[in-house]
Design a protein around this ligand. Structure first.
Ligand code: CA
Length: 407
């Protein structure tokens, strides 16, 4: 299906929000309550209102202020909804009804699309883990002995996940450089970004059950762009031995549109290769797949990096299987990040820590300014797209954030 199948939508050819995409978000207009919307071209479909008028009862979940009720319904409902939406948007007989519920995208306010239940962040890029190992543990083996055996992750703070456009207050905390005799306290002086994808989970499991790697697709609803803001000075001092804590938990930004896994089917690619072979619970019957998602990191208007998601070592299905293998239940609204997406080339590194190699090789912006870490007033925007069917692009939109001074 292509945009040409719906001439009345008047979508520009190759529009990143064509009928093959249809990402979900939560929007409001002045004086109305937040509710679920579907992005189509430069417009937003008021999905619940359209469903109500069409007599589609299951569309009631779209009249709520988050995607969670819809996420709870599971794979069959998600697929049925996608078919229904594509039919509404391409069938000339549905045009009158649909057109009443389309709003210009620039006229709506976008909200956090889900009430985040639990938030986990993985560390699935071999190159990122290697770079960070070299910077944080010089002289030691950069990859820890467990890294190729399991997708390493930590539990983050669900309550500080914010939607694109939210200002980021510079965090304050404790730090101690190796050469300093004692820790000091104050606003972070090494504020950084991490370019990641986040995966949105639905269809709950019971406590004690686990999601088999081959069943992960029943629970993986979609993906967002995710910026894991990181205070490197706070992180470096606090992370031993229990992992990231306050250096990460002050804010995590996600894009407003959730791109469904269905829309990313044509973007599936093989993984770069896993050696040694992972344990059977991470293998399953079907070969694990990665995603061909192209990410762009923009700092104050200059593109400083173009990470490739396809370089990641662990697949989203393996990450979900691993995070539930101990019987930890999942629920609608769970979110897990992939970890920073970094490749071998400098211009594919997904954090300033790596791009500036811990401040020794500052990044030069188009106005001549240089950055090793973020300054107050800096704006970071991540964009991404993936290939769709028939050569179309599946757009993720953007996740943006501006750093404001510590309070
Ligand atoms: Ca991260």
């Amino acid at each position: 299906m292509t945009a040409a199948d719906s001439p009345w939508l008047e979508l520009a050819p190759g529009h990143p929000f064509g009928v093959d995409n249809l990402p979900y978000g939560v929007f409001s207009t002045p004086g109305t309550a937040p509710r679920v919307g579907v992005r189509i071209g430069d417009q937003v479909l008021d999905a619940g209102a359209c469903a109500e008028q069409a007599g589609m009862e299951s569309g009631e979940v779209w009249l709520t202020p988050s995607l969670n009720a819809f996420l709870a319904q599971g794979r069959q409902a998600w697929s049925a909804a996608r078919h229904w939406l594509q039919e509404q948007l391409t069938n000339e007989r549905r045009r009158d009804c649909v057109e009443q519920h389309l709003l210009p995208a620039e006229s709506v306010t976008l909200h956090l699309p889900l009430e985040v239940a639990d938030y986990v962040d993985f560390y699935a890029s071999e190159q990122h883990a290697t770079n960070v190992g070299r910077i944080f543990r010089p002289g030691a083996e950069p990859l820890t002995p467990n890294w190729r055996h399991l997708p390493i992750g930590y539990h983050g703070r669900a309550g500080t996940v914010v939607v694109s456009g939210t200002d980021i207050v510079r965090p304050t905390g404790q730090r101690k450089a190796p050469e300093e005799p004692a820790p000091t306290f104050g606003p972070s002086i090494r504020l950084d970004i991490e370019a990641e994808l986040g995966f949105v989970v639905g269809d709950a499991t019971r406590l004690g059950d686990r999601v088999a790697v081959d069943d992960a697709g029943d629970h993986l609803f979609g993906a967002v762009l995710l910026n894991d803001w990181s205070a490197r000075d706070i992180q470096a001092w606090e992370y031993v031995p229990l992992g990231p804590f306050l250096g990460k938990s002050f804010a995590t930004s996600v894009s407003a549109w959730v791109v469904t896994m269905d829309a990313l089917e044509a973007a599936r690619v093989g993984l770069p290769g896993q050696d040694p072979q992972p344990l059977p619970y991470l293998r399953g019957e079907h070969p694990p797949y990665g995603l061909d998602v192209h990410v762009e990191v923009e700092l104050n208007g200059t593109v400083v990096s173009r990470p490739e998601y396809r370089d990641l070592y662990w697949s989203p299905a393996q990450m979900l299987a691993h995070l539930s293998v101990n019987g930890a239940s999942v629920r609608a609204g769970d979110l897990f990040g992939s970890g920073t997406i970094s490749g071998r080339e400098r211009q594919t590194r997904g954090s300033l820590l790596e791009l500036s190699w811990n401040g020794t090789e500052p990044v030069t912006l188009s106005d001549g300014a240089t950055r090793s870490f973020l300054e107050d007033g800096d704006t970071v925007v991540l964009h991404a797209w993936a290939p769709g069917p028939g050569g179309v692009r599946i757009g993720f939109g953007e996740v943006s954030g501006t750093v404001v001074p510590a309070r």
